[in-house]
Design a protein around this ligand. Structure first.
Ligand code: ADP
Length: 696
């Protein structure tokens, strides 16, 4: 520095020092005496040391007593070690305000490097400090807000997860487990125990749906006590059914909670407790209960989260409950519909496919349920399984079900359906549209009856009527013929006892007897139909009745050899039972005349009677022929009214009512009838009749 510039610095040094934004003070290194200081520095000193009063004084004299040890130590250290001191943000309290200062204490050396002075510089950093403090405050409050947001986010996430997992579930059991799994996995502490109970209004109790942890050796007793909680139990949870607000115990060990301290809770080391009643509208669905190993707060995140989850669990339980109730109702309806003898089908308008078939429709149509449901109507017409009674195929648009879908109601339409096995059934079919309350067609219902049997009886009845009229006409024509011949013989002068006249008279008698028999059989049929065919059962001897029948039949059955076989009894024995003599004779007359009718002339017919000590209360009889026999598939049908086997022999006349009558009469005597037959070999009709006593 040249002399000019040194001079200038000297001229202005004081001014510069005085106006610098920092406080400056110079100390003697050895004594720590203040040699000089600008005004800004002196402003720091106590009022009595300002305005130069501290200049020339030792540091120890004018700094506040409390600061002496620390500050003198710093000064000494710089003076001895030559290491400058930097002190930051030193707070300075003055008249209730606080300012912050950075301190720098630097050693000053003489030409020989000795520390002679110490230069103290202080600069005001209050602005920066305050700005930083402000920023820190903002940061702190921000991170607090962040924490709150994070807790809230977590809470909503758990609630959302619970909502999602239970929303679709129709299974009540899995709702509890799904909800608890999420609650446990997402926010509960290790020692928590959480359970969902479902309300059972019938038993007036809560039933555990799921309890976490499922097994804990220390809590076995508590877990089993929680399985079934009657509403009148002393457990806290039982109170939930009477209230909408959660039951919260913040800290079981606080004096406030002493009333709620149940032995069960105390035994399981619980501190915090929340039981939330699960209400859906005005229906109590159950409870969501959680116990905590630590204390909780009623407004804390645990309670808030559980309350949030509880609404979704309640809604899901209600949903599942209603769904189960509807399912139950459906199942009940299906059971009822499956009991009906009529077939019922439902067809959806949306896809025109069969959506429901009851048990009767499966058996009537002979198609497995799995193939009926989902079957599209369009395929029905192609399959040509449905036809009119004249066998012409019914066009799709004319099917009752399709007309039902078009809004029409059809009743009593007869149609023929060919089953997959080729057999045909006659159906009496009705259909109607299924409408919503706004008259929108959502589908159609078809109800059908299997009238195959009724139809075949009707057909057989018609055949019977035509045969009957023919059968009646034949003897009448014969009687008329014999009468006319007799009239002619008499007009020619023949006497009534002439051979020709007598033959005509016996012809008239024979045919009028046949006519009487026919008419009587027909009357019997109508009596059976009206349930008026009664038998007059009185004790009589069956052996005598049978002997009489055989004797009278052998007169007419001249072309056959009649044989009477007795097993286990003698000709003079008696088989006493309660019989209607005329009707028993009718039974055997019928069987014998069939045997005669359906077996060739000259063949043997056996009438048998067997009595054994094993069955002392009944006797077995049979009529055996060596005739045309009965085809196996016809055997179950021959006892049916009007049923006749279609034989090639058109000359064998009959009405198809004889065996039906025989069967009815046997049944009225408490007996049984059956047949064993081989086509082309012969038939044996067996009849058992009950006995009262057997006399030797
Ligand atoms: P029908 O008046 O036609 O004889 P039934 O009711 O007595 O009527 O018999 C029914 C059918 O059973 C007969 O049409 C016949 O085909 C068969 N049937 C009855 N008895 C015999 C028999 N002994 N042998 C062969 N077929 C018989």
């Amino acid at each position: 520095m040249d002399t000019t510039s040194q001079t200038k610095l000297h001229d202005f040094a004081d001014m510069m020092l005085e106006h610098m934004p920092v406080g400056v003070a110079l100390f003697e290194a050895e004594t720590l005496r203040l040699l000089t200081a600008n005004t800004r520095f002196q402003a720091f000193l106590g009022p009595c040391w300002q305005e130069g009063k501290a200049i020339g004084q030792l540091l120890l004299d004018w700094i506040p007593e409390t600061h002496i040890p620390s500050i003198t130590a710093i000064f000494r250290s710089v003076a001895e070690t030559d290491i400058p001191y930097r002190g930051e943000e030193y707070p300075f309290h003055k008249e209730q305000s606080i300012t912050y200062w950075n301190w720098m204490l630097d050693p000053i050396h003489d030409n020989e490097g000795r520390i002679t002075h110490l230069l103290l510089t202080i600069s005001n950093v209050t602005g920066q400090v305050q700005a930083r403090q402000q920023t820190e405050k903002v940061h702190a409050s921000l991170s607090q807000t962040n924490r709150a947001v994070e807790i809230e986010r977590k809470r909503l996430e758990v609630i959302e997860k619970v909502a999602r997992s239970v929303r679709e579930s129709m299974d009540i059991e899995s709702i509890g487990k799904a909800a608890i799994d999420i609650i446990v996995a997402n926010f509960l502490s290790l020692h928590a125990c959480v359970s969902v109970h479902i309300a059972d209004p019938l038993q007036q109790a809560l039933r555990a749906l799921y309890i976490y942890p499922t097994s804990d050796p220390d809590k076995q007793q508590a877990l089993s006590a929680l399985q079934h909680i009657p509403y009148n139990s002393s457990l806290l949870m039982a109170k939930a059914c009477h209230q909408h607000e959660p039951i919260v115990i913040e800290d079981l060990y606080s004096p406030d909670a002493s009333g709620s301290k149940s032995s069960l809770l105390a035994a399981t080391g619980v501190r915090g407790y929340v039981c939330i009643p699960l209400w859906f509208k005005d229906h109590f669905e159950g409870t969501l209960t959680t116990t905590f190993g630590e204390s909780i707060h009623v407004d804390g995140p645990e309670v808030q989260t559980l309350v949030g989850c509880s609404m979704h669990i309640a809604a899901a339980l209600a949903h599942a409950r209603l769904h189960a109730a509807i399912e139950n109702e459906h199942a009940r309806m299906r059971t009822v519909l499956d009991q009906l003898p009529e077939g019922i089908l439902l067809v959806e308008a949306a896809d025109e496919c069969i959506s429901y078939a009851n048990a009767a429709s499966v058996s009537i149509l002979g198609v497995p349920l799995i193939r009926i449901t989902g079957f599209p109507l369009s395929k029905l017409a192609q399959s040509r399984v449905i036809a009119d009674m004249d066998s012409s195929p019914i066009p799709l648009e004319d099917l009752p079900v399709v007309r039902g879908l078009r809004g029409q109601t059809i009743s009593g339409r007869e149609m023929m359906v060919t089953r997959p096995d080729g057999s045909k059934v006659v159906l009496l079919c009705s259909a109607a549209p299924l409408l919503t309350e706004y008259d929108v067609i959502t589908g159609a219902v078809v109800v059908f009856q299997d009238i195959t049997e009724r139809k075949s009886i009707e057909q057989e009845k018609n055949e019977f009527l035509s045969i009957a009229s023919h059968e009646l006409r034949t003897p009448i024509t014969a009687i008329q013929g014999f009468a006319e011949i007799l009239q002619m013989y008499l007009s020619r002068g023949d006497s009534l006892d002439s051979t020709r006249s007598l033959r005509a008279i016996s012809g008239i008698i024979e045919y009028s007897q046949r006519l009487t028999r026919l008419i009587e059989e027909m009357l019997d049929i109508s009596l059976i139909e009206k349930a008026q065919l009664l038998v007059n059962l009185v004790p009589c001897d069956l052996l005598a009745i049978l002997t009489h029948v055989i004797e009278s039949q052998s007169i007419t059955a001249k072309n056959h050899q009649l044989r009477f076989v007795m097993e286990g009894i003698e000709a003079n024995d008696r088989l006493i039972g309660c019989f209607d003599e005329d009707r028993v004779m009718q039974i055997f007359h019928n069987l014998l005349s069939n045997a005669i009718k359906y077996s060739p002339a000259g063949s043997e017919i056996e009438v048998g009677l067997r009595y054994t000590q094993d069955r002392p209360d009944e006797v077995l009889t049979w009529v055996k022929d060596r005739g045309i026999g009965i085809p196996a598939k016809e055997i179950p049908l021959i006892f049916r009214r009007f049923h006749r086997i279609n034989t090639s022999n058109r000359f064998i006349k009959g009405l198809g009512i004889g065996l039906y009558l025989v069967q009815e009469l046997v049944a009225r005597h408490g007996g049984r009838i059956w047949v064993e037959s081989t086509e082309g070999v012969g038939s044996t009709f067996y009849v058992t009749l009950p006995l009262k006593t057997y006399y030797k």
